[in-house]
Ligand binder design. Structure first.
Ligand code: FPP
Length: 258
């Protein structure tokens, strides 16, 4: 498993790459994009699928190893029933249309979140797609669906508590590292770059634990307009930042020249 926490200067230096290993995205603004064109909201979501395709292509080209997308939050159930229904249909058709291409491009597909509320057909297609692509190495595309960061931490705590009850671990020895294996993204490095489109500047209960040291990039560009040029802007912004993980800039410079 890849090292997740930056515990010493060497780890911090190793993380100073211009290309992020893991990008996490909140794809916001589909509804506004559609509304401004007099179209139904679902037209914005449909356009959004095209941008997902672009992003996956750029990640594979650039050697970005993990892409995690917030497709449906636990709070999105509050949307009008018809929009929720159409979104589910869109996920299903996107999955059916894209999975072969993803597999051909060596992309590992998986879903995090509590998908038990999704229809049987969608759940079964998700599991099939995960099985088909599980050995792929170029990029891991993770879709967060009915996901919430607090839910993730709570379910990890529940698993840890169960082990404590069984006597497998002593609660007195629990550290941050004890919880990490039970989080949904346990086998991925923490995101290096977080992108939110659509103008809002908040995390909205996405990867709360994992975003502790992530570089944040907010843009007013609506998701259906977030094409590869926009993604390049985000990558350029990322490359220009110095990540310190609690160290001073002088410590990092000194280690770099040692
Ligand atoms: C937020 O825009 C977007 C969503 C809740 C859905 C995201 C879904 C997609 C991009 C399409 C499917 C994706 C996959 C992975 C198949 P919004 O509706 O909140 O926009 P608004 O803020 O302008 O109303």
């Amino acid at each position: 498993m890849e090292k997740k926490s930056k515990s010493d200067t060497a780890d911090v230096l190793a993380s100073q790459s211009d290309i992020p290993q893991h990008v996490a995205v909140i794809m916001d603004g589909n509804g506004r994009w559609a509304k401004s064109r007099g179209l139904p909201r679902i037209a914005g979501h449909r356009k959004g699928v095209e941008r997902v395709r672009d992003l996956v292509t750029v990640c594979v080209e650039k050697g970005i190893k993990h892409l995690t997308l917030f497709a449906f939050s636990s709070e999105n159930w509050r949307r009008p029933a018809q929009e929720v229904q159409l979104l589910m249909e869109l996920f299903l058709s996107a999955l059916e249309n894209e999975i072969k291409k993803l597999h051909k491009n060596n992309v590992c597909f998986r879903v995090i979140g509590d998908i038990t509320r999704f229809g049987e057909k969608l759940i079964s297609r998700i599991r099939q797609a995960e099985r088909l692509t599980q050995g792929n190495q170029a990029l891991t595309l993770t879709i967060a669906a009915n996901y919430g960061g607090r839910w993730d931490i709570a379910q990890a705590c529940a698993q840890l508590a169960r082990r404590a009850l069984n006597g497998e671990i002593d609660p007195a020895t629990i550290t941050e590292a004890s919880l990490e294996p039970f989080l949904s993204l346990a086998d991925a490095p923490e995101p290096d770059l977080f992108i939110r489109t659509g103008g809002e500047q908040r995390i909205s209960n996405f990867l709360l634990w994992q975003l502790a040291y992530t570089e944040m990039y907010f843009t007013p560009v609506l998701w259906p307009d977030f094409d590869r040029v926009q993604f390049e802007h985000a990558l350029v912004s990322f490359a220009g930042r110095q990540r310190r993980f609690g160290l001073t800039g002088d410590q990092i410079e000194a280690a770099r020249h040692a």
